[in-house]
Design a protein around this ligand. Sequence first.
Ligand code: 1QQ
Length: 388
Amino acid sequence: MKRAVYFGALLTAALTASGNAQKVETPVKIGVALAQTSNTALLGQEQVIGARFAEKYLNARGGINGTPFKLVFQDAAGDENSAINAFQNLINKERVVGIVGPTLSQQAFAADPIAERAKVPVLGPSNTAKGIPQIGDFIARVSAPVAVVAPNAVKQALKLDPKIKKVAVLYAQNDAFSVSETGTFQETAKAQGLTLSTVQKFQTTDTDFTTQVTSVLNADADLVIISGLAADGGNLVKQLRQLGYKGLIIGGNGLNTSNMFPVCQKLCDGVIIAQAYSPAQPSAANQVFVKDYRAQYKKDPPQFAAQAYAGVQVMVEALKVIDRKKKLNTWDLDDLRVALNKQILLGKYNTPLGPISFDKEGELNQREFYVAQIRMKDAKNGSFVYLK
Ligand code: 1QQ
């Protein structure tokens, strides 16, 4: 009797210890938690397209050494709770090997710690605020930080108009990325010898910017720099022009989408936005991506699509290396997640962003950055013209 109890206890202990020790299923599941709904979907839509492109293209080329992989999408919308729910579903129900997402840094600061605790690798496809890789050992990003990307826009604006002296800076105070980006913009402006003549705050949910625009006009600024997201940013650009602002406008990464065109329409014209991607990037990986994207959408791929593609590609290439040493379907899921995280950080990748790798914290090493300017043909149609 005693013995039976003892073995029973042992068995329970063994089952508990191996409670998570499930073998990896095929096709291998990679989680994708992006904004498919909400205003943030203006940005997320392009990411979903980029991720799907990678899935189709990489699977057609053999997937993971002959084993297909499958992207499992969970809508992370634009808020923290949706991102947390999406991560929890992907980790615990879908049992994915890793996650590409979420869309916003604001969401990453809330959801990434869930993956960190579960030891599931995360690649941020568009989380550019300061401090993202430092959330934890399992958090890396394929999206270069604003600190590196944003200054290029200010330098380019000064090339276009060397007489610029007074700058008005506006930012969304309820969004972590916007707060981080405006910090970089303000430092860069000062370092370039410009005067910050006004700093204005708003919310990403705002639609009326009369107060802020009035302050910009009163400050007599000859450059406006906006850190917000696509809907609020687009409305702000529109209202600046409608109320008579004539100078250059720099938009931050949250305005970096043609999905903003329906908001500011013709008044989007001339907005300068720094880019972590160029369709002209000469890598073979990019040229194939651009060709396929153009064939399907009759335009060049945008930055957010290219970064999401890169996120999926990095996961797949890291999985290939692991699979060559020990077939993926013989791994326990928990062990594979840990091994995948390690391999992601070790690898070098030739992506549409050009050659990339990571430092030991998960920060991205990327070489080239660009600046583009929006050119509207009419109220609906426009494009990003690369200046650099
Ligand atoms: C961030 C961003 C967003 C504007 C990307 C969609 O860069 O939240 O970090």
